[in-house]
Design a protein around this ligand. Sequence first.
Ligand SMILES: [Cu+2]
Length: 498
Amino acid sequence: MKISRRNMLIGLGATGVAGLAYAQFGGTTTSTIHSTGAQALNIPPLDDGQLEGGVRSYDLNMQTGVSQFFDNVNTASFGINGAYLGPTLKMRVGETVRMNVNNNIGHTSSLHWHGMHLPADQDGGPHQTIENGSSWQAEFEVKQNAATLWYHSHMMGETAYQVYHGLAGVIIVEDEQANSLGLPQDYGIDDIPLVLQDRKFHPDGRFDYTPGMEERMMGHFGDTMLVNGTVNPYFDAASDSLRIRLLNGSNARFYDLSFDDGRSFHQIASDGGLLEQPVKLTSLVLSPGERAELIIDLSDGKTATLSSKTPGSDDFFSDVINILGSSDGRFKILEIRPNEQRKAAIELPTKLTTLDVVDETIAVKTRTFDLDMGMGVAMMLGNVGDNMSINGKPMDMKHINEVVKLDSTEIWHITNSSFAAHPFHIHDVQFRIIDRDGKPPSPTEAGLKDTVLIPEGESVRLLLKFTDYADPDSPYMYHCHILEHEDEGMMGQFTVVA
Ligand SMILES: [Cu+2]
């Protein structure tokens, strides 16, 4: 029996639509409990690592801390080399990097390099756990395009909790080709990361992360926007062309981003690096795990306010919005204030890079993956974990779901037969989108991707090539990047074998 969205809503009504509505859509920028005036945007410190014998090493200490997101309110948090989030790691293609990770958060954890092409046993997934009080070292060559990647906890069953409390950071991969384009690349000045995370707080300042059945099913949503850990942020821009590296680091929230004055901007990169040419847009949807690099033109000297709303696609969430007829989940993300002395605007190149032609005829195999949340109403009454699955199987650490041959090109056909949208993430590979329900991807999705939004009822075909690293004993993950769904079992494992 297929449960329609409307029946699903009636089911929710029985168990409290109001609670869900608040969790999902109660959002103005500032929490109803705490408040703060405008604050200068926090820019995570840039960490270039240290070159030792040709290897670039980073010391990363996962630690507990106390953050002040609001005036005079303390929030216990996790961070890497700091109280909340981690430094921005900068590295160059062709280098070997070494990550010296220490865990002192009081929980077993792991640190995953999201978007990196690397050996499976260096991936920092749920098999590379780090006990509290111990350390782990990862080493790999940076072997991909210049891109904005990220790192975060990937602890089995606890990823959502640990990322929510702050275990995440940005990675900037550079290469000569990208650096030669004249794009803004002065970190913190005309090139800034924006980590978007919605959060809920208790009256005493603690993070409110106690997901009940509904939140484990629908994802955990907050009423306060943190941008790089800053509430209500502004940024003083010292250039007419500002490059922002957006990361949706939220547990579950999708953002439909645009400027309040309707100004256009250019997207220059997706998850895995530069697009072939800049794409002019007035809005952009980003689902959890996805990144996008934008160039914002500030030459009019006017304040530019970036805001978000809940994507208005034909999905379950929109139905909830329509029925409740109230908030549309609007958040102010960032107020960009151009200052008086600004660097001149850049000449945006018409050609950014050249990517391989997407040729599905070279694929030697097609695999199908069906994302399933089980029967909604049954889940409301029963156990979510038995229902979140891919191809009917919830994640099992001891079970390898797929075995891929090294150097083969495959089509992965992902179908979403559940009643909500899911961002699907695959480790190790930067893939290309062949089509969505048979239609070619939009220009913003025509580049390299590692996370792809799959709306309810849609089916997406991906082209992937598995190169360089084979290991029959260490799997890579593929999963939904709504962290509550991942923790509840919407995840699987594949190995690459020679
Ligand atoms: Cu999901």
